[in-house]
Design a protein around this ligand. Structure first.
Ligand SMILES: Cc1cc2nc3c(=O)[nH]c(=O)nc-3n(C[C@H](O)[C@H](O)[C@H](O)COP(=O)(O)OP(=O)(O)OC[C@H]3O[C@@H](n4cnc5c(N)ncnc54)[C@H](O)[C@@H]3O)c2cc1C
Length: 756
């Protein structure tokens, strides 16, 4: 029977699919196969097993990691003055560079046996998180050597000699690394680089050896201007067949000491006024021996695979940690400011118009940190979930953008006017950097998340594709037959599951017993099945053409992202002991996420090119269209309230941010916030008695002298916070003092003004 099925039913489908499916390039295949799958695969089944999610151990720090964060990280934070770094020095101060190297910040992920700190991904994330709440320049400087670059590539792919030689130098900062992939002609399409390495014989340190003559032009390279060791991606060629029979060997990565003749490095870019070291570099006929290729000669041409594998983990840590910190920082500062800043006689945070952005910031902070922790738990357990790390990079930076925009709006002029007292402007300017790097967001949303997710995380698709491209047709047909019919069975089950769950409003969908969150699990189970059904139908009707339907792919990516992020939110609430005070945050995240899911499902049904399938899907999963309207006003009010009061919930939402006493910024704001909150009762009593004068209120016995002192302290502290900076003209522009003509021009202008 099974051979009948294979030969007479599966074979024509197999032949048709082989013809219809577009050929995949090697770089596409390597990108798709990088890393592994994790909770994303469960979501893709359309029937996630919640007990599995809840039983994953949460990420934790070891004692040593905790001591590092409370010790050297705090010390480094205290050394950093972001205003001076950005506007006066345009660099970290030399003592900070020295401290970073000495304390092995550059070697956090390098194992102890090579002189590094051997920290877990979670510890790495916590360090980046705390540092970025103090200085982005410092956070990026520390982040880069610990993510994609020479260190990680050596640990994964380096030979024993290479690891022993380079890792100790990288661990304590004797070597500063950078990684050069992007070139002027190759940005998002990095594999199209035209940088070359030609195999030839050459002189190296007095010996004639087989090596590579390199020519390249890279740009945007972080830490490039100060790097001593450049990890370089280029295309290798062997025209004289010195290592084999092929002319074109493919993308290769090698280590280039920047002191070598022909390397031009040191000039700087200024990315969005951020002053972390970043710049272009070039190489002209630079010669390296073959054993400078990471992994040695055997790794010639394997560079793309190596990069994609490293990226599969790295993207889940650095930028998500920085973004989660950004959102938490926005939550803590914006709530505090909205509490102390009064207009129309009341704190602005009490206006409904302000409550809305406050709630959005609070919800975003809760969700991003939940997702960061869950992703770190997976990384700590040794997974390299490529699809999840893509989701994290995209969603974390995108949502940080929303949170920071909201924070800016709530602060009004206070955050617009730059100066040492502005604690938000730098973060605001840095947002486009996170959006652009490590895979620009539009590309990641439209092409990667679902494009890679559909193939990697789908229960059968990768097996089917591998079978279709199997060099042995008989073996391929056999494998295809097995995977295809399992897929058909899965699709039929998913159809009935999605239909049943949608029409019953998710009432009977599976969920663990999770107290007040149980209903949310049911809804997620419902949406997961709807997603799985729509994804199958889109793949069936569009096949490889789905790749070009970027808008559809983006919508699927958004749903998959929401399913992951909302799972993380539920897990966080559970792991933190289901605190009742945080339920509003949970509700906000769920309502906002469900709204997105419902809208994207409706858009998919409306825009699927195969109208019959589109209409059928709408009938099955959304007969009445998208019906979730987002967080209710009650939930918005409760979330905003969490940011406006000192409380355990507020501390849980914004934990472990850097705190440096009297920094003119967040510490001063926090102090004012606490004083204003402490004086609340006295203030209320005066309002109730319709009194404005504190002395009179004391005299009339409405408040005590102690209350009056509290009010005075609160008033003084708040007044200090709402101050902004101003500058003498010549302090802002050297044009005034440097050029005699200009000086005279402005002097005359001043005189005219005085006269008029
Ligand atoms: C501050 C900074 C630091 C960096 N650090 C490094 C580093 O250390 N090492 C390194 O190698 N590189 C680095 N980069 C490079 C970074 O990875 C690239 O900027 C990024 O890959 C995008 O390339 P691009 O800027 O040329 O944009 P482009 O590729 O020109 O893209 C422009 C826009 O088109 C979109 N787009 C492109 N293709 C598609 C598509 N198929 N579908 C939909 N949209 C698409 C992109 O999303 C983007 O929005 C850095 C960049 C910056 C700005």
């Amino acid at each position: 029977m099974s051979s009948f099925r294979r030969d007479f039913i599966t074979r024509p489908i197999f032949t048709l699919a082989q013809r219809v499916l577009p050929a995949m390039s090697d770089t596409e295949r390597e990108a798709l196969e990088a890393g592994d799958v994790w909770w994303d695969a469960d979501l893709f089944t359309g029937n996630p097993d919640w007990s599995k999610l809840l039983s994953y151990p949460p990420a934790r720090l070891t004692g040593e990691e905790k001591a590092f964060i409370d010790g050297p990280v705090d010390e480094l934070c205290a050394m950093l003055d972001d205003w001076k770094i950005n506007w006066e020095w345009r660099d970290l101060p030399p003592e900070a560079w020295d401290f970073i190297k000495r304390n092995k910040f550059f070697g956090m992920i390098i194992p102890k046996e090579y002189g590094g700190l051997g920290f877990s991904p979670y510890a790495h994330s916590e360090v980046v998180r705390k540092l970025s709440s103090r200085s982005l320049a410092a956070a990026v400087t520390v982040m880069v050597p610990n993510s994609l670059g020479p260190g990680e590539l050596l640990m994964r792919f380096g030979t024993t000699e290479q690891r022993e030689r380079w890792l100790p130098l990288l661990a304590d900062g004797r070597d500063i690394p950078c990684f050069g992939l992007t070139s002027p002609e190759a940005g998002s399409d990095a594999a199209s680089m035209i940088d070359t390495g030609v195999i030839c014989r050459g002189d190296f340190e007095g010996r004639e050896v087989l090596g590579l003559r390199l020519n390249w032009h890279k740009r945007y390279i972080t830490l490039g201007p100060v790097a001593t060791l450049l990890g370089l991606a280029f295309k290798a060629y062997d025209p004289d067949h010195l290592v084999g029979q092929q002319d074109e060997l493919g993308i290769t990565v090698a280590l280039i000491p920047t002191r070598l003749p022909g390397v031009e490095i040191g000039r700087r870019h200024l990315p969005a006024m951020q002053v972390f070291q970043n710049g272009p570099n070039r190489g002209r006929d630079v010669f390296i021996p073959l054993d400078y290729i990471i992994g040695g000669k055997e790794r010639l041409g394997q560079g793309w695979k190596m990069l994609m594998t490293a990226l599969a983990a790295g993207r889940g840590i650095s930028l998500p940690s920085l973004s989660a910190a950004g959102a938490a920082y926005a939550a803590r500062t914006t709530g505090a400011y909205a509490r102390i800043r009064e207009q129309f006689g009341i704190p602005i945070g009490k206006f409904e118009g302000i409550e809305e952005p406050l709630a959005r910031i609070a919800g975003t902070a809760y969700l991003l940190d939940a997702a960061r922790r869950l992703t770190c738990a997976a990384l700590n357990a040794g997974h390299h979930p490529a699809v999840i790390s893509g989701i994290m990079k995209l969603q974390a930076t995108e949502r940080m953008r929303v949170a920071i925009d909201d924070a800016m709006d709530v602060h009004g002029g206070k955050a617009v006017i730059d100066g040492p007292q502005n604690y938000l402007g730098g973060l605001y300017r840095s947002v486009p950097v996170g959006i652009t790097v490590e895979g620009a967001n539009i590309l990641t949303r439209n092409l990667i998340v679902f494009g890679q997710g559909a193939i990697r995380a789908h229960p059968y698709l990768l097996d089917e594709m591998n079978a279709l491209s199997d060099g042995d047709p008989a073996r391929g047909l056999d494998a295809f037959d097995k995977a295809f019919w399992k897929h058909v069975g899965h699709s039929v089950a998913t159809l009935f599951r999605a239909w049943g769950r949608s029409w019953s409003g998710g009432l009977f969908a599976p969920a663990p017993d999770a107290g007040r969150a149980t209903g949310f699990y049911r809804q997620l189970s419902r949406y997961a099945s709807a997603f799985a059904l729509c994804a199958d139908m889109a793949l069936l009707t569009l096949g490889g053409g789905l790749k070009r339907k970027e808008m559809l792919s983006a919508r699927f990516g958004d749903i998959l992202s929401e399913l992951y992020l909302l799972s993380a939110v539920l897990k966080r609430w559970q792991d933190e002991g289901r605190p009742n005070e945080d339920i509003a945050l949970l509700e906000w995240c769920m309502a906002a996420g469900f709204r997105t899911i419902e809208n994207r499902l409706a858009e998919i049904c409306t825009n699927l090119p195969n109208r019959f399938i589109g209409i059928m899907l709408k009938f099955l999963i959304q007969p009445f269209g998208a019906r979730v309207v987002g967080p209710s006003d009650r939930v918005v009010h409760q979330c905003a309230q969490i940011l406006l009061e000192p409380s355990a919930a507020r501390d849980r939402l914004t934990p472990d941010l850097s705190h440096v006493e009297d920094d003119r910024g967040p510490a001063r704001l926090e102090q004012a916030f606490l004083l204003v909150a402490a004086a609340e009762d006295a203030s209320r009593a005066m309002h109730a008695a319709h009194l404005h004068d504190v002395g009179e209120a004391v005299k009339k016995g409405v408040i005590t002298q102690g209350d009056a002192d509290k009010l005075a302290a609160a008033h003084e502290a708040a007044a200090k916070v709402i101050e902004v900076d101003d500058f003498a003209p010549e302090a802002l522009s050297p044009i005034y003092s440097k050029s005699a003509d200009v000086h005279q021009f402005f002097q005359e202008l001043g005189d005219q003004r005085a006269a008029s």
